[in-house]
Design a protein around this ligand. Structure first.
Ligand SMILES: *Cc1c(COP(=O)(O)O)cnc(C)c1O
Length: 353
């Protein structure tokens, strides 16, 4: 099965091999050394500034999302959404009693900084939350502009970096981000199960609530900064993540961005020729290509037909449910050879449709 979904992504051989290493304890000095090496690489990718906490939580990206919200001392919070993952942040903020104001933007369009500036003038917020790249619609949001507005308004800036960290230029310092997270299975092409997070020094001061034992960032710091026991970590996933982080840094984020953009441009061209139409109206996200199928072809049926041809892609979710094909160009997903195979399978599937 050729895996071309917008997460999980295929994992390189070097990462796969790391999973075969003999098991060790989660407090074994060698494993704690691997954790420190992971932290070093995460500092390079997140660039969160002095005094930040970086760690890889044992869970998927959604745990990274929830851990930040569960730690915030109080609301109100401003949630910016233009798709399924912005909506997920809003849902969590409500569950954690953070008095969310949800500012919605049309799916397929980026968040508008002008509207955000207005909302920030109307009320004082403790935190502003944004999804950098919205996977449900394939739209890249203006993180830097929103970060600057949040800072100006004296609010913390919470950034979902799941479709961008490791593939697109990223710096929490430059974007003014105080909390950012990703999932190991997206742009880093490691197995699912870890959620790398970074908490700025400023956010650490405000993240004093402890709504939940497992995601408690103080307990997380006890393990990741002082080598103490919190819970049994997935040691083999740590080995694999370290290999994946090394591969990303060896290739370099600039080269990875170029790779994603090249495959995106070529693949979109190929799809337009076949009658597909791009879903995003502006600011396309280079790591997730979202297209509407040709007239008369049903998206979800096409996803199933492709699966029968040996290719796994995703259909729509949230606002795009049943309307689109979503093609992953994160990490190892952004390979022209794989998408060459996809196009052949697509032509067979379309001939049958
Ligand atoms: C995949 C994804 C997540 C988290 O998803 P998990 O399935 O929990 O790893 C969060 N935000 C975005 C933008 C995503 O694409």
């Amino acid at each position: 099965m050729l895996l071309l979904t917008p997460g999980p992504t295929p994992i390189p051989e070097r990462v796969q091999k790391a999973l075969l290493r003999p098991m060790r304890g989660h407090l074994d000095p060698e494993v704690l050394g691997v954790n420190r090496a992971i932290q070093e690489r995460l500092l390079a990718l997140f660039d969160p500034g002095e005094g930040a906490l970086v760690a890889a939580l044992a869970g998927s990206g959604s745990l990274g999302m929830e851990a930040g919200l569960a730690a915030l001392d109080r609301g109100p919070v401003l949630i910016l959404t233009n798709g399924a993952f912005g909506d997920r942040i809003a849902e969590m903020a409500l569950l954690h009693g953070l008095e969310p104001t949800v500012l919605e933007f049309p799916p397929g369009e980026p968040v508008d900084p002008g509207a955000v500036a207005q909302a920030l003038k109307a009320r004082r917020y403790r935190l502003v939350a944004l999804v950098h790249g919205e996977t449900s619609t394939g739209v890249l949001n203006p993180a830097r502009e929103i970060g600057a507005l949040a800072k100006e308004a004296g609010a913390l800036f919470f950034l979902d970096a799941v479709t961008t960290l490791g593939m697109l230029p990223f710096s929490m310092r430059e974007m003014g981000a105080d909390y950012a997270f990703t999932g190991s299975q997206k742009c880093l092409s490691a197995p699912p199960g870890l959620a790398p997070i970074a908490v700025s020094r400023e956010a650490r001061r405000a993240f004093t609530a402890r709504r939940g034992w497992y995601p408690d960032l103080e307990r997380v710091a006890e393990h990741w900064e002082r080598g103490g026991y919190h819970h049994t970590t997935p040691v083999l996933l740590h080995y694999a993540l370290l290999e994946a982080l090394d591969l990303a840094l060896e290739e370099g984020v600039e080269a990875r961005e170029r790779r994603a953009r090249e495959v995106y441009a070529w693949l979109l061209e190929e799809l337009l020729v076949r009658g597909f139409r791009p879903y995003p109206k502006a600011s396309p996200l280079p790591t997730v290509l979202v297209v509407r199928p040709p007239e008369g072809v049903e998206a979800d049926r096409l996803v199933k037909a492709l699966y029968a041809e040996g290719v796994a892609v995703a259909g729509g979710i949230g606002p795009t449910r049943g309307q689109v094909l979503r093609l992953g160009l994160m990490g190892e997903g952004a390979r022209k050879e794989a998408y060459g195979f996809f196009l052949k399978a697509l032509d067979r599937a379309l001939a049958l449709a």
